[in-house]
Write a new protein. Structure first.
Length: 285
């Protein structure tokens, strides 16, 4: 080894390099709403831009119409819940009132002009060609000859009826409606005959509104007249009708009626003068 080699020392030092690594976590954006976002969307809140494809499919994709109908009911859920907690009265709210002589004379003139005594059962559907999804207005006239029924499709919507009787019928309906607003009810209508429809209760009522009562009818369920779909019907008059009206006054639409351990639903109301009741339901009246 020469002197120069001894004086020169060569060291091999590995190269050290320090790098700072930054970890970045990328969060994937949602493309469909979670339950809370869906509820907000149902009442009008805007969803994030990442869900635009979901919104587009929701509005114009397959089954869009059924989804829209179901979603439109969401804001009304509290209202429906309130109705469940506060069921309505058992009997319909039928009121009696007295019209003046002038209004009565007008009613009689329309009855004569329409020819109600000569009508048994008639329906006019002339408006069906021009108006969709309109209701039938049914006017029933009672006299010593019985029941006279005249129904018109779209009576208060369509204005171009060619049957002059229909025009008079519409004017009669408006006259009666105006008279009902102009007069003060004189009391509840109780009637002389009560119709009761009964059927087995398929679903138990909500515990918060459960209202079980004993069977109120003077006859058993099997003794009622069969009308449709397992439902049975019977009319009651005189003392029996008065007793039922007294019981029904304190009941509500959630009330179930127990007979030998079976829960039944009842639908009752006083019949209007001349109504045939159950006979009309089973087609024999």
């Amino acid at each position: 080894m020469t002197a120069s080699e001894r004086n020169v020392m060569t060291a091999s030092v590995p190269s050290m390099r320090t790098e700072q690594v930054t970890s970045v976590t990328s969060k994937k954006q949602r493309t469909s709403p979670n339950p809370l976002q869906w509820l907000g969307y149902s009442v009008g809140r805007k969803l994030p831009d990442s869900m635009q494809d979901w919104v587009r499919n929701d509005l114009i994709g397959d089954w869009a119409v059924p989804r829209h109908l179901i979603r439109s009911m969401v804001p009304f859920i509290p209202v429906f819940a309130a109705f469940m907690l506060f069921p309505g009265p058992f009997l319909p709210n039928l009121q009696t009132s007295r019209i003046d002589e002038e209004t009565l004379q007008g009613v009689l003139e329309y009855v004569e002009g329409i020819g109600f005594p000569d009508i048994d059962l008639e329906r006019n559907d002339e408006a069906a060609l021009f108006v969709a999804d309109a209701p039938d207005d049914v006017v029933t006239y009672f006299d010593e000859g019985g029941e006279h029924v005249f129904s018109v499709y779209g009576l208060t919507i369509y204005e171009q009826f060619t049957d002059a009787r229909v025009v008079q019928l519409r004017d009669l309906v408006r006259l009666l409606e105006n008279a009902s607003f102009a007069t003060t009810p004189t009391g509840d209508y109780r009637g002389e005959v009560v119709q009761v429809i009964a059927g087995v209760s398929e679903f138990p009522p909500e515990p918060a509104v459960a209202n079980e009562r004993p069977w109120p009818l003077p006859v058993s369920f099997d003794e009622l007249d069969d009308v449709f779909g397992g439902w049975r019907c019977r009319t009651f008059a005189g003392v029996e009708a008065e007793a039922l009206l007294s019981v029904f006054t304190s009941a509500n639409q959630a009330t179930t009626w127990d007979l030998d351990g079976v829960q039944y639903r009842l639908i009752g109301r006083p019949l209007l003068p001349g109504e045939t009741g159950c006979a009309a339901l089973n087609g024999s009246g």
